[in-house]
Design a protein around this ligand. Structure first.
Ligand code: ADP
Ligand code: NI
Length: 217
């Protein structure tokens, strides 16, 4: 039963995300799924089917790409899972995980405390940092036609999540508004240890980047 649901979910997600921006495509989902497997094994807790389904469906419809509807993703996921005859309580839990997993500029205080949520959120956050996080950030910036960096602009800080999402700051700004903050927001000890290494790698990248920007400095 659970193998079949996973198979159907993978097919649904691949189909729905065909043509998605490179940082939010099927391979992002697959990496988050891989991270979940690794973290769950190390932590030794969490109901794995719930974690897998939430990981697979967490970006099924992203407000950044669907005209701003924050609820569409969790609704699509729960409609799909109900059709797969998944237990209603489990569908509700997965729906809540999907509603809460997103960073939203760090402004959302609203969290849920289940270990399944914590693992999926860590897995998603890990894919936003390190080498892959750097690649995804510049891909997203390119997709939005944003400058890589503008040394004449001060770093932008935001008052709320609306301003964060509306910003069209250069991609280097995204390191300070989000990527470098994620290490301190990890939930599990496995996630924290993984984030540590990826964080160091981003710091090295930024050092190298500014060094190359003006070698005379
Ligand atoms: P969440 O769903 O947790 O809010 P996002 O979908 O906003 O996360 O971010 C996922 C990835 O999209 C980020 O890790 C980054 O690679 C990219 N991204 C989002 N916003 C920006 C931005 N303003 N500049 C560059 N990359 C961004
Ligand atoms: Ni994601």
């Amino acid at each position: 039963m659970s193998d079949k649901i996973i198979q159907n979910t993978v097919a649904f997600v691949k189909d729905t995300l065909a043509g998605a921006e490179g940082g939010h495509d099927w391979y992002h989902i697959e990496r988050v799924w891989n991270n979940c497997r690794y973290i769950q094994k190390k932590e030794g807790s969490g109901h794995f089917l719930t974690i897998e389904l939430a990981a697979l469906l967490h970006d099924i419809s992203d407000a950044k790409f669907n005209g701003g509807d924050d609820e569409m993703g969790s609704r699509m996921a729960s409609d799909f899972l109900i059709k797969q005859s998944l237990d209603e309580v489990e569908v509700e839990h997965i729906k809540r995980i999907i509603q809460h997993v997103s960073y939203k500029g760090g402004f959302s205080q609203d969290q849920i405390s289940s270990i399944e949520f914590q693992i999926v959120q860590d897995a998603d956050r890990l894919d936003a940092i390190g080498a892959i996080g750097i690649a995804r950030a510049f891909n997203y910036g390119g997709f939005k036609n944003r400058p890589i960096h503008n040394p004449t602009l001060p770093l932008q800080e935001y008052q709320d999540s609306k301003a964060y999402h509306k910003s069209d700051a250069p991609t280097i700004n995204h390191f300070y508004e989000k990527l470098l903050k994620l290490k301190g927001l990890m939930n599990t000890s496995t996630g924290k240890a993984m984030a540590e290494e990826r964080h160091e790698y981003m710091l090295q990248f930024l050092d190298q980047f500014y060094g190359e920007w003006d070698p005379g400095k």
